[in-house]
Ligand binder design. Structure first.
Ligand SMILES: *Cc1c(COP(=O)(O)O)cnc(C)c1O
Length: 380
């Protein structure tokens, strides 16, 4: 019998999101850190998880203060910005954190605004929370025209604007002065409140999410939007993750820093006990080894800059990147180039503007295989 399920009409024909999961020697398609944790890190995670397992008959800490404190410590060490644990939120990946943001602030009749090309999960958070999703283009070089952003916010009164910095798939970081200008435009230009319940309408602030999934890879001198927290920006949220520079994508731990009132709003919509005791224990143990886990960030940055230079020397366009990937092209048939690399054992990603491909930064050996496979593919 064929299924006759009451699927929501707006989900008809939708496919589950995800890059192809292929078993290939060189995987450069989802921006992971290529270096696995050391034996010492693995040992310390295993010990912490064993201890947590002894208490698995009990629910975990619902608001995980120790983990939030450890994340605040990490952010202070990484960006020099001091935050209280009440300003930190976490979930199973920053994807879930951003879903919490749209669950709390989006919804029917509200808009989420982004600037394309950008991360392809954003429309899914909007769809899943019944929020309207509106996009406007970035400039040709993928920077943002801040005045156009400000104008779009004023016109649309979105509940949430999401800006990835560095942006995926382009690698483009946003200058702080641009973020400040956008925060200023967002003030008083969120949805109108009150009218539904018969009280006089008043304008809310639009939430500005700066998605800093790749922040640790930024070039020196590029500041973090964390610096704008506490500067009277109660509508700013900065998201981070342990999936990329931190080298713990398999852990599923993403987090957010914001004003306490914003964090408290997210606590309303989270499922109780959404972060398992195992995740909390493993994340705490991993954070205690932060220097070791991030030891390769500097060399990954160097590999990235070397790849950009090499691609340009081949006569290709490669965009400056503050992340651990590079967008390059154009190719008359990018799918053919992608397939040819795959045949050579190198998996990258078909994403971004027509003709372009994105490759994550791997180990020096993996980069060598990418370069030789690409040189061969282009000669074909
Ligand atoms: C990888 C990525 C994330 C991180 O997702 P997690 O759920 O934390 O693994 C967030 N934003 C962007 C733009 C990304 O590329």
């Amino acid at each position: 019998m064929s299924a006759n399920l009451p699927l929501r009409p707006d989900l008809e024909g939708e496919k589950p999101y995800g890059a192809p999961e292929l078993d290939v020697p060189v995987r450069l398609n989802v921006n992971e850190n290529p270096y696995p944790p050391s034996a010492a890190v693995v040992e310390s995670i295993a010990t912490a998880v064993a201890r947590a397992a002894q208490g698995l008959n009990r629910y975990p800490e619902r608001d995980f203060p120790r983990l939030r404190e450890a994340l605040a410590d990490y952010l202070e060490a990484e960006s020099g910005v001091h935050l209280a644990l009440e300003q930190i939120w976490a979930a199973n990946g920053s994807n879930e954190v951003m879903l919490h943001v749209l669950q709390a602030f989006g919804g029917p009749g509200r808009t989420c605004l982004t600037f394309t090309p950008t991360y392809s999960m954003y429309p899914e958070y909007a769809r899943d929370t019944l929020t309207d999703y509106t996009t406007r283009p970035r400039r040709k070089d993928f920077t943002l025209d801040v005045e156009a952003v400000a104008a779009a916010i004023k016109e649309l009164r979105p509940a949430v604007v999401i800006l990835a910095s560095p942006n995926n798939p382009t690698g483009t970081a946003l200058p702080l002065k641009d973020i400040s200008r956008i925060l200023e435009a967002a003030r008083g230009h969120g949805p109108m409140l009150g009218a539904e319940v018969g009280s006089p309408a008043r304008a809310s602030d639009c939430i500005v999410v700066i998605d800093e999934a790749y922040a640790e890879f930024r070039r020196s001198g590029v500041p973090s939007a964390l610096e704008l927290l506490g500067k009277d920006n109660p509508h700013l949220a900065v998201t981070r993750t342990m999936s990329k520079a931190f080298g713990a994508a398999g852990l599923r731990l993403g987090y957010l820093a914001a004003d306490r009132a914003l964090v408290d709003a997210l606590r309303i919509v989270r499922l109780p006990y959404h972060l398992s005791a195992i995740t909390q224990a493993a994340a705490l143990a991993a954070l205690s080894h932060r220097d070791e886990l991030m030891a390769q960030v500097a060399s990954l940055r160097d590999e990235r800059d070397a790849l950009v230079a090499w691609l340009r020397a081949q006569g290709l366009t490669a965009y400056e990147s503050d992340a651990n990937f590079v967008l390059f092209g154009p190719f008359p048939d990018r799918d053919a180039v992608w397939r040819s690399l795959l045949e050579a054992g190198v998996l990258i990603r078909v994403v971004g503007p027509e003709g372009f491909l994105r490759a994550s930064i791997g180990t020096p050996g993996e980069m060598e295989r990418l370069r030789s496979a690409l040189a061969a593919a282009v000669r074909k």
